[in-house]
Design a protein around this ligand. Structure first.
Ligand SMILES: Nc1nc2c(ncn2[C@@H]2O[C@H](COP(=O)(O)OP(=O)(O)OP(=O)(O)O)[C@@H](O)[C@H]2O)c(=O)[nH]1
Ligand SMILES: [Mg+2]
Length: 269
């Protein structure tokens, strides 16, 4: 009888009895869980497209909208979509506004609920949900922090005038040089954290806002010895809703970098 003629019964009969002994199956580890945190203030014109896009890009991820008292229906729209799509929650913060505190509130929910990876992204569609799998993949495969970067090969800022590109790059270079960050896009707000890194950093001591928050978190990650990777993104300007960026946020970031660099210098002297 040739090999191809062996029937399944014949094949079974050649097994050693010990091979048939019943062993308890290896426990299957729980799948790793991702939470996408989206801070919102008055993003009613964008929130539905964003949530549908996120669900399509990472169907297994949960989403947390952290809203700071929007009056344009943003949280209500998010709740209506949550009822349709599932696994979307809305945290309505009362009192003061602030992007840094909103991120921290969202991250704390993610840590308390035991998520393995926590992603942050803007609601204004500047951050393309299609880039989510690459960010999550990066932290799943060993990075502690994955930054969606406009300034690595493959990244871009389509439609930005040269002046804005120059300012953004100059700010990034300032932070990179003074703080010794080996990151091309330290102000990017599109990133994924391994939860253990956020626990190590200790969110309660983070008081920065806006761009300063992104630089601060990148610097804290560096000091914690984190593996930081950058994955390319195309950053699109918002086409709906109002920007909440102010000159104060930029000054705060510059001040933070300068103070921290001086602190580094005085520790060396
Ligand atoms: N919860 C909360 N979200 C905020 C606050 N300020 C801004 N956001 C959200 O943070 C994200 C980024 O804000 P943007 O206004 O787009 O700021 P930006 O991306 O730095 O600036 P642009 O380039 O003009 O878009 C968006 O999803 C906003 O809705 C705030 O005070 N609280
Ligand atoms: Mg924006």
């Amino acid at each position: 009888m040739t090999l191809t003629e062996v029937s399944s019964t014949d094949r079974l009969s050649t097994y050693d009895e010990s091979m048939l002994s019943v062993t308890s199956p290896e426990p299957v580890p729980d799948p790793l869980r991702t939470l996408v945190v989206v801070p919102t203030f008055e993003e009613g014109a964008n929130i539905c497209r964003l949530l549908v896009g996120v669900r399509a890009a990472v169907p297994d991820a949960d989403v947390l909208i952290v809203d700071d008292g929007s009056l344009d229906g943003t949280p209500e729209l998010a709740e209506a979509l949550a009822a349709q799509l599932g696994r979307i929650s809305v945290l309505r913060r009362r009192g003061q506004r602030g992007l840094g505190p909103a991120y921290r509130a969202g991250f704390e929910v993610g840590l308390t609920e035991g998520f393995d990876f926590i992603v942050q992204m803007d609601a204004d569609l500047s951050h393309d949900p299609a880039d989510l799998p690459a960010l999550v993949n990066s932290v799943s495969c060993g990075a502690d922090l994955a930054i969606g970067s406009r300034y690595v090969t493959g990244g871009s800022t389509p439609g930005w005038p040269a002046r804005r590109r120059l300012l953004s790059r100059a700010g990034g270079l300032y932070a990179r040089t003074l703080l010794g960050l080996r990151v091309r896009d330290a102000t990017s707000g599109y990133r994924a954290y391994r939860s253990d890194l956020l626990r190590t950093i200790g969110l309660e001591s983070v008081t920065t806002d806006g761009f300063g928050f992104q630089i601060d978190m990148t610097d804290r990650a560096r000091r914690a010895g984190a593996v930081i990777e950058e994955t390319p993104i195309a950053f699109h300007d918002r086409t709906a809703g109002e920007s909440k960026m102010s000159g104060g946020i930029v000054s705060e970031a510059l001040l933070l970098v300068t103070q921290r660099a001086l602190g580094r210098l005085s520790r060396r002297c």
